[in-house]
Write a protein that binds this ligand. Structure first.
Ligand SMILES: [Zn+2]
Length: 419
């Protein structure tokens, strides 16, 4: 069998594995609460809050979708015309066309060009967020955050690019196999490392101060049988008024993080309902499942790129001889960008199912649907959410059930619990 045939077989196996893993780990049968309950919930929200959330979302849209469209356009322009290959070649030239310079600096230059061209849209989004009073950060802080995130991406990108093109040079016929394994390892490693190494670059995390709230939350975790070493508080208020909490990492790096904005504003019962939701993620190993599917997806992507790389029309369009040369990196980026946009609705759907399960966990653990509903109302109002967003946008990109769905779920729970 040729390396190509093996690659085809491997891709089929990876996709099957991905389907099986997703089928086993994602809660498929979790229909949203009845629409009548959702509409009743919507009616009880303050009309001014709903209108403000909707105005905020429509003000954001041109920046968000404009940035997305320009990002796609730039990726296609660099990847499917000779422009990208030319850029990589130009960057490598001062270094005598050295392959490391081409691979690492050329690759980073391609990403930087795309970032710079979409930068005005990011700035537009920040100006809207600031205008609506959600941002507590001026342009200085915003710029520093931006530079930090460029630096982090450059470091991770350089490591990935150097590793990828080294493997290609060492194993010209079988690079896809090592590349796939390497991509899976990198995704897994990042899941461990990002919370400890990268998140502190952007925020300060301190253990929640001893007191009734901390005691109650640790008791909640114990009752839930989820070992939690600590609940951390992030100084999110330096950047935003928005309230949130999340769980990241797994094994020794697993942590539950609560925004300081949440602790400042919300009564303890509501904080407990948020943390109970996060405990649900921990209990159902959602971060682990996300890492596993991410690793399988990354491996499948590398193999798919190798197979697509023998499509001569693509190579001709990009003016390269082989998908394995650094000058073909813009072509890879174009393919990955398209794949990402196509896969977004499926990813959003999976995310919503997982989030709905964590909500159900929170309701069952706290047995307090009233606090849960109050928290959803607060999240929606403070974060300027559209509590019942347009269907197309919800289906394409909503990572969480809508506010009215979550409130309706609390009502359904209350009825089921005999309330
Ligand atoms: Zn969640």
């Amino acid at each position: 069998m040729t390396p190509r045939a093996w690659a085809g077989l491997t891709l089929v196996a990876l996709v099957l594995l991905l389907v099986v893993v997703t089928a086993l780990l994602v809660p498929w049968h979790r229909p949203p609460a009845p629409r009548a309950d959702q509409l009743a919930a919507l009616d009880e929200l303050r009309p001014a809050d709903v209108a403000r959330g909707r105005a905020f979302k429509s003000a954001l849209r041109p920046g968000s979708y404009g940035g997305m469209a320009v990002g796609l356009l730039v990726a296609l322009l660099l990847g499917l015309t000779p422009l990208g290959a030319k850029l990589v070649g130009l960057v490598g030239r001062p270094f005598g066309d050295n392959w490391i310079a081409q691979a690492v600096l050329g690759g980073l230059a391609v990403v930087l060009v795309a970032d710079l061209l979409t930068l005005p849209f990011a700035a537009w989004r920040h100006s809207v967020v600031a205008r609506y009073g959600l941002a507590t950060q001026g342009w200085g802080g915003w710029t520093i955050d931006l530079l930090k995130s460029y630096a982090v991406s450059a470091v991770i990108g350089a490591v990935a690019l150097l590793g990828f093109y080294t493997v290609i040079r060492l194993a010209p016929r079988w690079w896809w196999a090592f590349g796939a394994a390497g991509a899976a390892v990198l995704v897994t490693l990042l899941s461990f490392v990002l919370p400890v190494l990268v998140e502190p670059i952007f925020n300060r995390f301190t253990p929640m101060e001893p007191g009734p709230t901390r005691t109650e939350l640790m008791a909640l975790a114990e009752r839930d049988d989820v070992p939690v070493r600590d609940v951390l508080v992030a100084d999110a208020s330096r950047r935003t008024r928005a309230v949130n909490a999340y769980v990241s990492g797994f094994g020794p790096t697993r942590r539950i993080v609560v925004y300081d904005t949440l602790l400042r504003d919300a009564p303890p019962a509501e904080v407990a309902s948020v943390v109970a939701h996060e405990l649900g993620h921990a209990k159902d190993r959602d971060v682990l499942a996300g890492t596993l599917t991410g690793a399988l997806g990354a491996a499948a992507a590398v193999v798919a790129l190798y197979l697509l790389g023998s499509w001569s029309a693509l190579l001709r369009a990009a003016n390269v001889d082989s998908v394995a040369e650094p000058r073909a990196f813009p072509l890879l980026i174009a393919l990955v960008t398209v794949a990402g946009l196509v896969a977004a609705p499926a990813q959003a759907w999976v995310s919503r199912q997982v989030e709905a399960r964590a909500d159900a966990h929170a309701l069952a653990l706290t047995g307090d649907p009233a606090a849960f509903e109050a928290m959803q109302r607060r999240l929606s109002s403070v974060n300027l959410a559209d509590p019942d967003p347009p269907r197309w946008e919800y289906l394409y990109s909503a990572s969480h059930p809508s506010t009215v769905e979550r409130m309706a779920a609390a009502r359904a729970y209350a009825r089921g619990a005999g309330g």
